[in-house]
Design a protein around this ligand. Structure first.
Ligand SMILES: [Zn+2]
Length: 74
Protein backbone atom coordinates (compact mmCIF):
# COMPACT_ATOMS: atom_id res chain seq x y z
CA UNK A 1 0.00 0.00 0.00
CA UNK A 2 1.24 3.48 -0.87
CA UNK A 3 2.06 5.84 1.96
CA UNK A 4 -0.59 8.30 0.78
CA UNK A 5 -3.21 5.53 0.90
CA UNK A 6 -2.11 4.57 4.39
CA UNK A 7 -2.49 8.19 5.52
CA UNK A 8 -5.98 8.30 4.00
CA UNK A 9 -7.07 5.06 5.67
CA UNK A 10 -5.71 6.30 8.98
CA UNK A 11 -7.84 9.45 8.72
CA UNK A 12 -10.91 7.33 7.94
CA UNK A 13 -10.17 5.03 10.88
CA UNK A 14 -9.84 7.95 13.29
CA UNK A 15 -13.07 9.50 12.01
CA UNK A 16 -14.97 6.22 12.31
CA UNK A 17 -13.58 5.53 15.79
CA UNK A 18 -14.84 8.96 16.86
CA UNK A 19 -18.29 8.18 15.44
CA UNK A 20 -18.74 4.61 16.57
CA UNK A 21 -20.08 3.78 19.98
CA UNK A 22 -18.72 0.98 22.10
CA UNK A 23 -18.87 -2.47 20.70
CA UNK A 24 -17.37 -4.99 18.35
CA UNK A 25 -16.75 -2.58 15.49
CA UNK A 26 -14.88 -0.13 17.72
CA UNK A 27 -12.57 -2.95 18.77
CA UNK A 28 -11.93 -3.86 15.15
CA UNK A 29 -11.30 -0.26 14.17
CA UNK A 30 -8.82 0.17 17.01
CA UNK A 31 -7.10 -3.06 16.03
CA UNK A 32 -6.72 -1.79 12.45
CA UNK A 33 -5.38 1.52 13.70
CA UNK A 34 -2.78 -0.38 15.72
CA UNK A 35 -1.67 -2.19 12.56
CA UNK A 36 -1.79 0.74 10.15
CA UNK A 37 2.00 1.08 9.95
CA UNK A 38 2.66 -2.64 9.60
CA UNK A 39 4.11 -3.77 6.27
CA UNK A 40 1.23 -6.14 5.69
CA UNK A 41 -1.56 -3.70 6.52
CA UNK A 42 -4.24 -3.97 3.84
CA UNK A 43 -3.39 -7.57 3.02
CA UNK A 44 -5.91 -10.34 3.50
CA UNK A 45 -5.24 -12.20 6.73
CA UNK A 46 -5.94 -15.52 5.02
CA UNK A 47 -4.65 -15.42 1.44
CA UNK A 48 -2.27 -12.43 1.79
CA UNK A 49 -3.64 -10.73 -1.34
CA UNK A 50 -4.14 -6.98 -1.16
CA UNK A 51 -7.62 -5.94 -0.10
CA UNK A 52 -8.81 -3.34 -2.66
CA UNK A 53 -8.28 0.23 -1.51
CA UNK A 54 -11.93 1.04 -2.27
CA UNK A 55 -12.99 -1.68 0.16
CA UNK A 56 -10.67 -0.39 2.87
CA UNK A 57 -12.01 3.11 2.40
CA UNK A 58 -15.54 2.04 3.25
CA UNK A 59 -14.52 -0.72 5.65
CA UNK A 60 -11.08 0.11 7.12
CA UNK A 61 -11.42 -2.61 9.76
CA UNK A 62 -11.51 -5.35 7.11
CA UNK A 63 -8.77 -7.94 7.52
CA UNK A 64 -9.90 -10.47 4.93
CA UNK A 65 -10.70 -10.05 1.25
CA UNK A 66 -14.07 -10.62 -0.43
CA UNK A 67 -13.04 -14.03 -1.75
CA UNK A 68 -12.08 -15.35 1.67
CA UNK A 69 -15.13 -13.72 3.22
CA UNK A 70 -17.34 -15.65 0.78
CA UNK A 71 -15.57 -18.89 1.66
CA UNK A 72 -15.92 -18.20 5.37
CA UNK A 73 -19.66 -17.81 4.95
CA UNK A 74 -20.15 -21.07 3.06
ZN1 LIG B 1 -8.24 -13.47 1.03
Amino acid sequence: MKKSQRVEIKKILLAQIALSGDGLRLGRLNASLGRIDADNFGECFKCEQDIPFAVLKTCPERIICDKCLDKAED
